[in-house]
Design a protein around this ligand. Sequence first.
Ligand SMILES: C[S@@+](CC[C@H](N)C(=O)[O-])C[C@H]1O[C@@H](n2cnc3c(N)ncnc32)[C@H](O)[C@@H]1O
Length: 210
Amino acid sequence: MTFELHRARGPFNAAFFSIMGPYIEWNVRHHKGRVFAGLPPTVVELGSGVGANLRYLSPGSTLIAVEPNVAMHRRLRAAAGRRGVRLDLRDRLAERTGLPDRSADSVISSLVLCTVSDPAAVLAEVRRILRPGGTFRFVEHVAARAGTPTRALQRALRRPWAWTFEGCSCERDLAASVRAAGFTRVELEPYRLHSPFVTFNTQIAGVAHA
Ligand SMILES: C[S@@+](CC[C@H](N)C(=O)[O-])C[C@H]1O[C@@H](n2cnc3c(N)ncnc32)[C@H](O)[C@@H]1O
């Protein structure tokens, strides 16, 4: 399993998330604020992108960032520097982080389980690296309810959406995936955004306890 960096779409996605990041952040800030509150001094993040979640870490803390798109790395390093967060950047996949068993107090992700090729493998990896009592905190976009207009649009746009956003799917039931992953407890809230990106508006935020 490898991450194929597309010559154009890799840098396009890095630029897209730099430009659109503040708008996305404004839309999800309350949900992120809730699930990312009180993060420990060292955090593992899957798919950090250009650093959307650095603001939820205290200055002086360490982010172990698992980010295989090297086109994101320069912006991520610069953002971590600006926030005073120590960055331990790993060019790895979330499916195989290379981190030791039971080594993490907290793993976070936002808008990543939609894109990885195997969400179940990623969630198994999260459980492997979390210490007992550790938390996986996530904000993700998910499939809308069957039979709704949003669901029909997600179906219709699945190919161009996936092509543009490097394999991203709007059709995943990630609440079911997290619940099926074997965590001891899962707290999860579904909600809807009201952005013009309709296929992206159905979301979940939550905390899964190892
Ligand atoms: C939609 S972006 C979200 C970035 C960031 N988390 C945010 O909220 O802005 C998805 C990110 O997941 C990364 N990604 C894709 N496949 C991955 C994988 N298998 N393992 C880890 N990260 C992956 C992409 O490179 C990209 O940075």
